[in-house]
Design a protein around this ligand. Structure first.
Ligand code: CA
Length: 449
């Protein structure tokens, strides 16, 4: 039976829903409005968390001036489409891709986050302030379809999405695995109907939807949910035909697997740096026994920074409790594109520290990285500077006492100031050597002054 279904058998299983004809779309070079900040000139803010209050878009819109003033360049919003669970859902169970809070279905007109009009107001406000706006794209699975007879499985499956109120991107059983185009792909999620991107109709409709999100709604960039569950070429094609910056949630600590996935997108996509996240979590949980030298050139950011999107917490995982500010110092002053979690910034007391680190990043933390010293308790790295950014030194100490360490810096006969205000000024000698200090379970940041 499997052997039959993996081979296309003509149109008999294909024409199961009404198809929307659409012209083939040519690849485009995505051009941002001139007013948007260049991505990477600031950092990304994850502008939601699990179970945010209803009508969240309005709350984010009110915060846009503060977000822009802090030096962020991008806000990441939750999945925008109407879901099986309507207002109760965080968006990761999409039902009608084109209902962004416009049609009365699944219990309400708005999504949990508000109406389509609220979303467009938010995006317009953000872009007017120079911010990119990243959409969370859930392409692996769907939820909320009606039951239908499925000849591919000889059973009833909840794969009938022909009744979506938008009337767009209708789907039926052959748009899901097992499909005549493909029996299965890399993974499924929670038993939800698993979308078959190998079906050309599905592929085309996703590309159409991406272009609609870009041109009609205003999103500029993309975060791809659960990319372990489907082919990397789908993300590659999205970024080819829709454009923008894309980051995939490849939730794995295995660096080689992450790099393999990035390769499968033809290096068009970045990946969240889960290996670095778990290393920083181990530091946090280590109680001073973590080997700080493991932070040298760590994670994806340490080996392929141009494809690394770093973070220390997100809506799914928040396990760094002690030394979290130090974890932020690491990602915000390292290479890679850092993400700040909404709750850390607005609710959990890290705003002032993060603001300082963002300004230090933009003002000083350019160029390549040199690890100046590391041992079990200390990690000291220098960004070597680039262009107008002169460079910066981060010193981290997970031990239980103040520690000093001699290091050779890029500066000679130069006063260095700890921008965090924790340590006294120091002077480098004629060979660049200086003894710098950091307090227990904390960090200092050294800049020329
Ligand atoms: Ca899948």
């Amino acid at each position: 039976m499997v052997g039959i279904l993996v081979t296309p058998v003509g149109n008999i299983f294909v024409a199961n829903v009404n198809r929307h004809s659409s012209d083939m779309i040519q690849p485009v070079e995505h051009v941002y409005a001139n007013t948007l900040r260049p991505l990477g000139s600031g950092v990304m803010l994850q502008a939601f968390y699990w179970d945010v209050p209803l009508d969240w878009y309005t709350e984010v819109t009110q915060k846009i001036p503060e977000i822009a003033a802090a030096g962020f360049d991008n806000i990441w919003l939750p999945p925008p489409s109407k879901t099986m669970n309507g207002r109760y859902s965080m968006g990761y169970d999409p039902y009608d891709y084109y209902d962004l809070g416009e049609y009365d279905q699944k219990g309400s007109i708005p999504t949990r986050f508000g109406t389509k009009a609220d979303l467009i107001t938010l995006i317009s406000s953000a872009k007017a302030a120079g911010l990119h706006v990243t959409a969370d794209i859930v392409m692996n699975h769907n939820s909320g379809g009606d039951s239908q007879w499925n000849p591919n499985t000889n059973s009833y499956t909840y794969t009938d999405f022909s009744g979506v109120a938008s009337g767009k991107f209708l789907r039926g059983y052959n748009d899901f695995h097992p499909s005549t185009y493909e029996w299965a792909d890399e993974g499924t999620f929670g038993g939800y109907p698993d979308v078959a991107h190998a079906n050309p109709y599905v592929w085309q409709e996703f590309i159409n939807w991406g272009i609609w999100l870009r041109d009609q709604i205003g999103f500029t960039d993309w975060r791809f949910d659960y990319v372990k569950g489907y082919h990397g070429w789908m993300v590659r094609d999205w970024l080819t035909y829709v454009g923008g910056y894309g980051v995939g949630e490849y939730w794995d600590t295995n660096l080689d697997l992450l790099k393999g996935w990035i390769s499968s997108t033809d290096y068009k996509a970045s990946a969240f740096d889960f290996p670095l996240y778990y290393l920083l979590r181990d530091m946090s949980e280590g109680g001073g026994y973590f080997d700080m030298s493991r932070l040298a050139y760590a994670g994806l950011a340490g080996s392929d920074p141009f494809h690394a999107t770093t973070f220390v917490a997100n809506h799914d995982t928040n396990e760094i409790f002690t030394m979290k500010e130090m974890a932020y110092a690491y990602i915000l002053l390292s290479e890679g594109y850092p993400t700040v979690f909404w709750r850390d910034y607005f609710d959990w007391g890290f705003k002032d520290a993060i603001n300082l680190l963002i300004s230090l990043r933009s003002g000083y933390a350019g160029g390549s990285t040199s690890v100046l010293y590391s041992d079990n308790d200390l990690f000291i790295m220098q960004r070597n500077g680039y262009g107008s950014q002169p460079g910066i030194i981060l010193m981290m100490n997970d031990g239980d006492t103040w520690k000093g360490q001699w290091v050779q810096t890029k500066w000679t006969n130069q006063r260095l100031v700890d921008a965090t205000g924790r340590a006294y000024d120091e002077w480098t000698n004629g060979d660049g050597w200086v003894e710098i200090w950091a307090p227990p379970r904390s960090y200092t940041v050294w800049i020329p002054s």
